[in-house]
Design a protein around this ligand. Structure first.
Ligand SMILES: NC(=O)c1ccc[n+]([C@@H]2O[C@H](COP(=O)([O-])OP(=O)(O)OC[C@H]3O[C@@H](n4cnc5c(N)ncnc54)[C@H](OP(=O)(O)O)[C@@H]3O)[C@@H](O)[C@H]2O)c1
Length: 237
């Protein structure tokens, strides 16, 4: 069993890496920042450092993989705020440059990893791809509005994955796609929004990682895209 974690410097990704590394399974990580993985506990893993997530670097990273050995792929990119953008409360705050930046990180980048990996992959290979999505990407769950860019980037990711699942079902009988909502997890991404989280509902990366690995292992390969949360419960689109 070989696990690949992409965007491995994400807090949730680190939790997944720690958990997988405690088993005998092979672990490969791809990240722009590999500092966390310089620790001696990770001495047996394969590390692919990339200076950016642009198309050339992505293709170069995939070439370093033997994609047919992959049994689980966790794609952990996510951008909610940075130095230049913050989730919109009002339409007047919507900025096209920030929107495209968020769309690039949350939607395009994960899909292109799937494209490049499956393009190289043997059609018989058995592999589960898990994408870190978010409940706020659910259109039916949107009761509060706001967060225009982040919400729509995750809704668009889910739609792209839905189309990919339909296509892959025809040719890759043993591939499964999962869009996962981790719940509010203590990380740089959620940091500015943690004060209103109810007691006991701010999860550690390790708690979420263990739940995600367990759910991934239990999820059947059925040719469908599953949109599920940290309890393994289905989320409405
Ligand atoms: N934390 C939460 O409460 C929460 C809730 C719901 C959903 N999620 C989702 O869970 C996933 C992981 O979140 P996290 O909390 O672990 O976040 P995090 O610690 O802030 O990590 C963010 C990740 O996104 C990558 N990233 C940042 N900017 C990027 C860009 N411009 N292009 C491509 N990748 C970029 C980072 O890559 P580098 O390390 O290479 O910079 C890193 O892997 C995200 O998809 C997030 O939307 C999180």
């Amino acid at each position: 069993m070989t696990t690949l974690i992409i965007g491995a410097n994400s807090e949730i990704a680190k939790g997944i890496a720690i958990s997988v590394n405690q088993t005998n399974e092979r672990l490969i990580i791809i990240s722009r920042n590999i500092e966390f993985y310089n620790d001696n506990i990770f001495k047996n893993i394969k590390i692919i450092e990339t200076s950016s997530y642009n198309e050339n670097h992505r293709e170069a990273a995939v070439k370093e993989l033997n994609v047919d050995e992959l049994s689980r792929v966790f794609i952990c990119h996510g951008l909610l705020h940075d130095d230049t953008s913050y989730p919109e409360k009002k339409l007047s705050e919507f900025d096209p440059t920030s929107f495209l930046n968020i769309l690039n990180a949350n939607t395009l980048t994960p899909l292109l990893w799937l494209k490049h990996i499956t393009t190289q992959m043997n059609h018989k290979n058995e592999c589960k791809f898990v994408f870190l999505s978010a409940r706020v990407g659910s259109i039916s769950d949107n009761k509060l509005g706001g967060w225009y860019s982040y919400r729509s980037s995750k809704a668009a990711l889910n739609m792209l994955l839905k189309s990919a699942a339909i296509e892959l079902k025809r040719t890759f009988k043993n591939v499964k796609l999962i869009a996962f909502h981790p719940g509010t997890t203590d990380s740089p991404l959620s940091k500015p929004f943690q004060k209103n989280v109810p007691k006991g509902k701010l999860f550690t990366r390790d708690f979420v990682a263990d739940a995600l690995i367990d759910i991934t292992n239990k999820t059947q390969i059925d040719g469908e895209l599953s949109f599920i949360d940290w309890q393994g419960e289905k989320i409405d689109w």
